[in-house]
Design a protein around this ligand. Structure first.
Ligand code: ACO
Length: 218
């Protein structure tokens, strides 16, 4: 009985996913699997839908129609574009969801802030902090005492050892790895499969093993 009442309460929530592309679709899939949402809609400028059986109820700039009644999640993988849309929604006092796949493994004393998505098979170990509107993508390992700032994208299959700090809007490419106690600056890109073994203090793109700077941000 108690469980049913809890579900009834949770299922009153309504979710708008901004963007019905690949990332938005994976978020929708997770949201369905959590069984926490009474209804789920997309807003998208390209699609008129439905996408995966989910209605596209308008263009992105029509979000204001849903501000009072729905939670939002921005389903755009690009960190800068996601930030821009979130800032606009913040100005309208939107409420943001946090979406966590039921098969993600979350340790004790972990904090995950709103707007963040944790995908299937990812592991977040003890005392890690994850900021707002970040993405921990499929099968990523984020070990203990990590600090992942806002608007970060940790791609599928990334391995972060203990005590790693990842700065705002940094993107770690698919399958990259970072050894323990490394700081990675904000606004960086770490190439697919790269291995970071030194602190990264200059904003830019880094590739290889060990990861080396190939381009500074302009
Ligand atoms: C669910 C999802 O889909 S999540 C998304 C997952 N996607 C990813 O992880 C993609 C990550 N992107 C990459 O790795 C890209 O290669 C980037 C962003 C690092 C670089 O892209 P670009 O800026 O276009 O660089 P470009 O392709 O011109 O390469 C520049 C040089 O770096 C090398 N290089 C690029 N990426 C890598 C890499 N991952 N590892 C080693 N070397 C690399 C290139 O071979 C090239 O070398 P050269 O000048 O000697 O020929």
């Amino acid at each position: 009985m108690k469980e049913n009442r809890r579900n009834w309460y949770l299922k009153r929530n309504k979710l708008i996913i901004i963007g019905s592309g690949g990332h938005g679709k994976v978020i929708a899939d997770i949201a369905i699997q959590t069984q926490e949402w009474e209804n789920i809609y997309f807003l998208d400028d390209q699609e008129i839908g439905p996408v995966m059986g989910i209605s596209v109820v308008g263009k992105m700039n029509e979000y204001h129609k849903y501000i009072k009644s729905h939670y939002f999640i921005v389903g755009i993988g690009n960190n800068s574009i996601r930030e821009k849309i979130v800032n606009e929604l913040n100005n309208s006092h939107a409420k943001f969801a946090t979406i966590i796949h039921p098969n993600a493994c979350i340790g004790s004393d972990v904090i995950i802030n709103h707007g963040t998505v944790i995908m299937a098979g990812s592991i977040i170990n003890s005392s890690t902090r994850i900021g707002h509107h970040s993405i921990i993508n499929t099968g990523a390992n984020v070990d203990h005492d990590n600090l992942i700032m806002n608007f970060v994208h940790i791609s599928p299959g990334v391995n972060l050892a203990g005590g790693v700090k990842v700065g705002t809007k940094t993107w770690l490419g698919i399958g990259s790895s970072v050894i323990n106690n490394i700081d990675i600056h904000s606004n960086c890109i770490i190439g697919a499969g790269s291995v970071v073994i030194h602190n990264i203090i200059i904003e830019g793109t880094y590739v290889g093993s060990p990861a080396k700077l190939i381009r500074k941000n302009s």
